[in-house]
Structures are given as structure tokens and as C-alpha cells.
Ligand binder design. Structure first.
Ligand code: ADP
Ligand code: ADP
Ligand code: ZN
Length: 221
């Protein structure tokens, strides 16, 4: 899933992964998990996540490689928030090639800049399962409690106006070149992220179905 911070990647990825029955691997989650557990990786990443800078490629790539080597990834994964640099994209290509796998599709969720800030400013996150909520657009059914798991919802410390703005700048500098990278490989599916959560999800599923059908056709010809 490609798109700027606040585009709705996490929200959509959670729904899509359930539908596809594959794990949702969000690169921000292990950083927060390691920080909670006060591991060396967590402390190392904190200085970057706190300010909205990217964690260095080597650290991030090693973390994702470890995650992808676990058994539950055998039938595929939905990656959310990784890759975020060209170097990470190249490393991902290598990791997949080693396993005889490849990327099937890169959904790119396109949203206007004004919308990003509006979404990030109202974002609340479940402490337990990382589900995203929004004060206006997706309030939890019971105040302060996650609909999915009953966990407590909170505002991420890196969701301050300053870091939000900075994360968006970092995205345009370091991550947006991936749009051309994947478009050139005919893997990109552009999705209009300004629509409601449900309609964005329908468009994503349609894009995945289209890839499946063209592959099936390709196999019979
Ligand atoms: P958002 O949902 O706002 O896009 P994430 O939860 O994906 O944010 O990421 C939070 C922070 O974790 C980032 O600001 C960055 O510091 C770090 N991070 C997450 N993914 C990566 C990555 N692929 N490369 C480098 N840093 C990352
Ligand atoms: P990302 O993972 O791309 O940073 P999130 O999935 O965390 O984005 O969504 C950012 C915020 O916007 C959350 O508060 C979420 O509830 C809200 N949101 C996500 N998709 C939509 C949508 N289509 N319309 C309105 N709000 C949305
Ligand atoms: Zn939860």
C-alpha cells in the first residue's frame, strides 16, 4: 500500500488483509511495539519516529526481512508503510526474488494535502491492535474503546501538528519517487482516497480482482 501519511493505508489494509486472508504487515507497528518493550531496536528507532524522520534503511529492511521470514507469511502478505524509499523497494525485490515471489500489485491511495492533515489531526489509534479511528469520520462505537478488540484508543505521540507536517514533507522527498518506480513496472493501481472508507475498499478489491482475472486469462492463452 503506497500513499502519504493519513491517506488511509492502515484502515484499508486491515480490511483488505481480512478479505484476502493474509497478514497485514505495517512497518510502523513493530517500531511502536519495540518501543513499548524498550528493546534496543525500539530505543534506536525512537529518535526518528518521534520527529517524523524515516528510520535508517538498514534497520527497517532487517526488521521487515525478519517479519517476512515467519511462517504466517507463506501465502503472501499485505505490506503497509514499507517500502518508503527506493533503497527499501530494491531490497524488497531482492527478498522476494530469493523466495521465488514477486509483488502482485501496488495500490496507491491518492489524497489531497488538505485532507491528509484533517485526517491525521483527528486520528486515534488502538493501543492493542493498531486499528485507526477518527473523531469525526470513524468514531468508535463506545467512547475510548476499540470496536475490534476492546483495547484503549489513544492519540499517537507522533501525531502532533509539527510531526504530521514533517512526515508529509518526508513522504514527498523520499517516498513519492516510488510512484514512478512501480508505475514503470506496470504494478501501480491508483485509487481515489477522497471517497468514504467503504468505497475506497470496494475500489481496492476491484483492482485486485482485475489483476487476478488478467493473470488467469494469461495462463489459458
Ligand atoms: P503513518 O501511519 O502516519 O504513515 P507509520 O505508522 O507508518 O505512520 O510510521 C510511523 C513512523 O515509523 C514513521 O514516521 C517512521 O519514523 C517509522 N517508519 C515506518 N515505516 C518506515 C519505513 N518503511 N522506513 C523508515 N521508517 C519507517
Ligand atoms: P495511514 O495509514 O495512511 O497513515 P490511516 O489508515 O491511519 O492512514 O488513516 C488516517 C486517519 O484518517 C484515521 O483517523 C482514519 O480513521 C481516517 N480515515 C481513513 N480513511 C478515511 C476515509 N476514506 N475517509 C475519512 N477518514 C478516513
Ligand atoms: Zn484494537
Amino acid at each position: 500500500m503506497l500513499g502519504p501519511p493519513g491517506a488511509g493505508k492502515g484502515t484499508q489494509a486491515q480490511l483488505l488483509a481480512e478479505w484476502l486472508r493474509i497478514p497485514h504487515v505495517a512497518s510502523g507497528d513493530p517500531f511502536r511495539e519495540n518501543l513499548r518493550n524498550e528493546t534496543a531496536l525500539g530505543l534506536q528507532a525512537k529518535q526518528y519516529t518521534d520527529t517524523g524522520e524515516l528510520v535508517p534503511d538498514a534497520v527497517t529492511i532487517a526488521m521487515v526481512a525478519e517479519r517476512l521470514s515467519r511462517r504466517d507469511c507463506g501465502n503472501g502478505v499485505l505490506l503497509d508503510g514499507f517500502p518508503r524509499t527506493i533503497r527499501q523497494a530494491e531490497a524488497l525485490d531482492e527478498m522476494l526474488a530469493e523466495r521465488g515471489r514477486a509483488i502482485n500489485l501496488v495500490p496507491y491511495i491518492r489524497v489531497r494535502d488538505e485532507t491528509l492533515l484533517e485526517r491525521l489531526a483527528g486520528r486515534w489509534t488502538c493501543r492493542e491492535c493498531e486499528a485507526a479511528y477518527h473523531g469525526v469520520f470513524k468514531p468508535p462505537q463506545r467512547g475510548g474503546i476499540c470496536d475490534e478488540c476492546g483495547g484503549e484508543i489513544y492519540q499517537r505521540p507522533d501525531d502532533t501538528p509539527e510531526t504530521q507536517k514533517h512526515r508529509i514533507e518526508v513522504y514527498f522527498e523520499q517516498t513519492s519517487p516510488l510512484i514512478a518506480y512501480y508505475r514503470n513496472r506496470s504494478l501501480l493501481a491508483e485509487i481515489d482516497g477522497e471517497q468514504t472508507i467503504e468505497v475506497v475498499q470496494q475500489d481496492l478489491r476491484a483492482a485486485i480482482e482485475a489483476v487476478r482475472q488478467s493473470r488467469e486469462k494469461g495462463q489459458t492463452v
